[in-house]
Design a protein around this ligand. Structure first.
Ligand code: ADP
Ligand code: LRH
Length: 481
């Protein structure tokens, strides 16, 4: 006899720039049991002068993962729902039937450089766009990408009928519904930071057709059942926050009094805080604060620090990327055994955005400053982690100044939370304890939003309260390593 279960199962599809995963979460007795059923690599594909994502390959992996998710359940149980989150800003332009009509560029493609230069050259426009959207001028913004596409290929404005950001596109493939989720749309530099709707004046400035978008959908909206996948025919697609950083922040059990810094550490380090209003003054423009909108009326002002992309790209050149946890630990321990770096990299150097050789880009900065080059991979790893720690601390200093808030702790999630050297370097540079959580933040936040929509959990504060009880974490005190 199949067992009748009272637990709720949901699947999170979480796509990161370096890897994707499908996880199953089972909510039972106020506990979330997690199972990673599928993990696969992801990478930017350089073709000639441009950079793209392999969207078809990702879709294949998503389907495989969801089949495995359904198969992983006890007999008779079903996946109640699935939600998709991805990295920010990238999109698919489609016709009215959902057919892709333009290749999906990866955000590191330098096609936006000219647009970025002209934007930052005009402080009046820069301020106007920042005040409207709460998003700083960064090379990767969808606004700049879309402006480049429309300017280079004007016919696209008639060929394409909709712009679906990546979570929207995968939601469409799963459910057949074309929508734009609010959290991912918020990364585009095209939403009005105060109302959460599209900013008409900003769309006009970048020449992007307003008709390409639906009114932004808030998290928790149901999109109907999964289509064309027999194993999931009873599973609902739920629009969770499509931006992986929003999901990761949702999962972080931050103190309700706003004294925690939230740090999601992966390809990027997203260093932020929770606030009831956006930070929009000139100081926030200079500090490149992005005001992430939660859709619940509050904000997460955060700053993008280059993150472990620095290390990932350096590892490629040593042909020594660790695969297993034990290999990562070996590399991090070798770097920890070295003395702390005397001089640090300026991690805000734009040369690190998409260099053909990261090692050369690092060496060039050091040579320019007449500093000694690292000897081997361990020495590069030490330098990168120490420098990222300082990069995190610099952002925290800016957020402290801009918000007038005193922060007491940094809570770190994501792959980088497993890097003891990076956690300690962050604690030392910021002079704050780091609570590093063993938590697939984005996937867990994705599931939290599904469970709330399914009414298995009341709201986010309640989810965070329950999660805290089961969370495995380690504290790094400043000045102890
Ligand atoms: P993204 O979602 O942006 O692809 P992740 O959150 O998956 O990023 O983090 C990936 C990064 O985490 C890797 O680049 C690596 O530096 C780091 N990482 C992953 N596993 C470990 C580990 N066991 N020990 C130390 N660092 C790790
Ligand atoms: C992290 C992230 C970040 C964005 C970047 C494009 O994965 O979503 O928040 O700025 O990717």
């Amino acid at each position: 006899m199949p067992r009748k279960s009272t637990s709720v199962h949901c699947a999170a599809v979480d796509l990161g720039a370096t890897s994707g995963r499908v996880m199953v979460g089972t909510w039972s007795h106020h506990r979330l049991e997690l199972k990673e059923v599928h993990r696969f690599p992801n990478a930017v594909r350089q073709v000639g002068d441009n950079a793209y994502w392999d969207i078809a390959g990702l879709w294949e992996q998503v389907q495989q993962g969801l089949d495995l998710a359904a198969k992983s359940l006890p007999e008779g149980d079903i996946l109640a729902s699935v939600g998709v989150d991805t990295w920010g800003v990238d999109y698919v332009l489609v016709d009215q039937t959902g057919r892709a009509v333009y290749p999906t560029h990866a955000y590191r493609d330098d096609r936006t450089q000219a647009g970025l230069s002209s934007l930052v050259a005009d402080p009046k426009i820069l301020r106007k766009i920042y005040r409207a959207t709460g998003i700083p001028a960064i090379f990767l913004n969808s606004s700049l990408q879309l402006a480049e596409t429309v300017a280079t290929h004007p016919a696209i404005t008639t060929i394409a009928k909709r712009c679906l950001f990546l979570p929207d596109y995968f939601n469409f493939l799963l459910s057949g519904k074309m929508t734009n989720g609010q959290s991912i749309a918020g990364t585009a530099q095209l939403l009005n930071v105060k109302t959460g709707g599209w900013s008409r004046s900003t769309l006009k400035h970048f020449g992007v057709p307003a008709g390409w978008f639906t009114p932004p959908l808030t998290s928790g909206t149901g999109l109907g059942r999964v289509r064309d996948m027999p194993a999931l025919k009873r599973t609902r697609v739920i629009a969770v926050p499509g931006h992986d950083t929003t999901c990761a922040y949702d999962a972080i059990p931050a103190a309700a009094d706003g004294t925690d810094i939230l740090l999601s550490s992966g390809t990027w380090s997203l260093v932020g805080m929770e606030n009831d209003r956006p930070l929009l003054n000139d100081g926030a423009i200079a500090a490149r604060v992005a005001n992430d909108q939660t859709g619940r009326g509050d904000y997460r002002p955060l700053v993008n620090v280059i993150g472990l992309w620095l290390l990932e790209e350096t590892l490629k050149e040593f042909k020594a990327r660790p695969q297993k946890a034990a290999e990562w630990t070996k590399l991090i321990n070798a770097a920890r055994a070295l003395p702390a770096s005397e001089h640090l990299l300026d991690v805000t150097d734009s040369a690190f955005g998409n260099p053909t050789s990261m090692r050369r880009a690092i060496d060039q900065q050091l040579k320019r400053r007449r500093l000694k080059l690292p000897r081997d991979l361990a020495a590069y790893t030490r330098l990168i982690c120490d420098s990222l720690g300082q990069g995190h601390a610099d952002v925290i200093a800016n957020l402290t100044k801009l918000s007038g808030r005193t922060f007491k702790r940094i809570i770190m999630v994501g792959g980088g939370a497993q890097n003891a050297l990076l956690c300690q370097a962050t604690a030392n540079a910021a002079g704050l304890p780091v609570l590093s959580c063993q938590l697939e933040g984005s996937a867990v936040g994705n599931m939290a939003n599904q469970l709330i929509a399914l009414k298995a959990v009341k709201d986010l504060p309640e989810f965070r309260r329950h999660l805290t009880k089961q969370l495995k974490s380690k504290t790094y005190q400043p000045g102890t390593g």
